[in-house]
Design a protein around this ligand. Structure first.
Ligand code: ADP
Ligand code: MG
Length: 261
């Protein structure tokens, strides 16, 4: 839990949030077997929002964001992404997955493919993008995450921070409108956290709608427009960062903050 790894001058208020709804979750519930993991989740995310999701381990943060691109299935309530409701209809699932990118704690790069191949695989085979165009797009995003010179290496030859930046670039190659991050810096050595957060800030500044599960409270303070606190499968509290950190309402939030700050 670090507040120091990351310092920036980015001003969240300078970033635009539109009135358009990107994600709407209504009375959503999920069970793993008998275990009621998500309870009556209600959340509206507008386009351009940068939301940080915080909460103790096991509170359902990963499950919630995994439900948004159907890596997990919810059992009741609604999840609507870009106007399309997530149902068991595969067409809807494909459409939503094509609009939502995701980065995980463990970068999940294909170890036997080069960085460039990692970035062009899905565009070529899933999106049917011509190879030349896929390569140009991949190089564009590898430049954006500042590692175009690593394009022909294999993931194992890169540092953790570089691999995570490749994972972000790989997601961006699918041209998502929404990015989900699940503890993208938790597996990184401290000196590599900043380079990944800098990439995420850059995305925020370009207007990407982002939901980030992270313990980087410095990042939350400076980039998020809203912090959501989850505990025991519920959204307990949400607020703009300043209020969230300085004036937490619930006892559970106070306890959590006292443990991590
Ligand atoms: P967080 O990301 O906040 O740490 P998770 O969403 O990973 O929380 O997990 C929420 C709860 O659901 C935890 O109690 C966890 O043990 C449980 N859980 C997560 N995945 C599964 C699964 N596939 N099957 C059963 N229980 C799970
Ligand atoms: Mg998790």
């Amino acid at each position: 839990m670090t507040d120091t790894a990351f310092q920036t001058t980015a001003a969240p208020s300078s970033l635009k949030v539109s009135d358009e709804v990107a994600i709407e979750i209504v009375n959503m519930n999920k069970w793993y077997g008998n275990f009621h993991v998500l309870r009556d989740i209600n959340l509206t995310v507008n386009r351009g929002e940068r939301i940080v999701i915080a909460g103790p381990s096991g509170s359902g943060k990963s499950t919630m964001i995994r439900c948004i691109n159907r890596l997990e299935e919810h059992q009741s309530g609604k999840i609507i992404v870009d106007g399309t409701e997530l149902t068991s209809d595969l067409k809807n699932i494909d459409k939503i997955r094509s609009e939502v990118g995701m980065c995980f704690q463990h970068f999940n790069l294909f170890p036997h493919l080069t960085i460039l191949e990692n970035c062009t695989l899905a565009p070529i085979w899933v999106r049917k993008v011509p190879r030349k165009e896929a390569i140009d797009t991949a190089m564009h995003f590898l430049e954006k995450v500042k590692i175009p010179d690593q394009a022909n290496k294999y993931p194992g030859q890169l540092s953790g921070g570089q691999q995570q930046r490749v994972a972000i670039a790989r997601s961006l190659c699918m041209k998502p409108r929404i990015m989900l991050f699940d503890e993208p810096t938790s597996a990184l050595d401290p000196e590599m956290i900043k380079e990944v957060l800098d990439t995420m800030i850059q995305l925020a500044e370009e207007g990407m709608t982002m939901l980030c599960v992270t313990h980087e409270m410095g990042f939350a303070r400076q980039v998020a427009n809203r912090v959501i606190f989850m505990d025991q499968g519920q959204i307990v509290e949400q607020n703009e960062p300043e209020e969230f950190f300085n004036n937490p309402r619930s006892e559970r939030t106070k306890l959590f903050l006292s443990q991590i700050l």
